[in-house]
Design a protein around this ligand. Structure first.
Ligand SMILES: [Zn+2]
Length: 143
């Protein structure tokens, strides 16, 4: 995945602002062919969303369907697609939980920010391939 330094910083700030609750948002962009011929997700827009989980926002997140559809419509108008989501983990690692595994659709990217005691500790991206566990998707920072 390619993401600009500034956008990744904004995601980290969102995670710190809502700590200890989990933050969440959507990632829009394109799958682009790199110079070496490989395909990579390039994030062009980030859309912070409100965590709509009603029972445990410290341990889970939920993006409202209406938020998703709004962001998807804007993304398509700009020539992008919704590539995945970002969310934070409270006092846990930046690794997908069982719940993340169950809720992420196939080919969906999950960017996870680990926040410990209110400070960002790690950020990792994961891609959920059909019929297989998450594979780590290396984050390349664009300046
Ligand atoms: Zn999670």
């Amino acid at each position: 995945m390619q993401i600009s330094f500034r956008k990744l910083e904004l995601i980290k700030q969102h995670a710190v602002q809502v700590f200890p609750e989990e933050c969440c948002g959507l990632l829009a962009g394109k799958r682009e062919t790199m110079l070496n011929g490989s395909l990579e997700n390039v994030i062009h827009e980030i859309a912070p969303c409100r965590n709509r989980a009603w029972w445990n926002r410290i341990g889970s997140f939920e993006i409202a369907l209406s938020d998703y559809l709004d962001v998807e419509r804007e993304a398509i108008q700009a020539g992008y697609t919704v590539i995945g989501t970002y969310h934070s983990h409270t006092d846990a690692g930046a690794f997908p939980s069982q719940q993340d595994y169950e809720s992420a659709p196939a080919n969906h990217t999950s960017l996870i920010v680990a926040v410990r005691s209110g400070i960002v500790a790690d950020a990792r991206a994961w891609i959920h391939k059909e019929q297989s566990p998450f594979a780590e998707e290396k984050i390349h920072i664009r300046l």
